[in-house]
Design a protein. Structure first.
Length: 89
């Protein structure tokens, strides 16, 4: 399985691959569920290799550790998935 950091960089920098509509699903500990956000609503800081900023429905940014990413969809098709550990993050 490709590491999530590599997949996110490919989405961002590969013009052919990145043309699609991507959705990132991450485990939200507060909500206790997978939250899905469009790739366009996340911000990758090149100085931060361990997290990204995700905008919620109200426009607030939340820091999301990359280890909480559970799924990535490309044009509605699941292309990457990390199964959860025995205990939630």
């Amino acid at each position: 399985m490709i590491p999530i950091q590599e997949l996110l960089h490919r989405i961002r920098w590969d013009p052919e691959f990145g043309r699609a509509r991507f959705v990132i699903g991450y485990y939200d500990r507060v909500a206790g569920r997978i939250v899905r956000v469009p790739f366009d609503d996340i911000r990758l800081d090149p100085k931060d290799r361990f997290a990204f900023q995700a905008l919620d429905e109200e426009g607030y940014a939340h820091s999301v550790p990359l280890h909480r990413v559970r799924e990535v969809f490309r044009d509605g098709v699941l292309i990457w998935e990390r199964r959860p550990d025995r205990s939630p993050c």
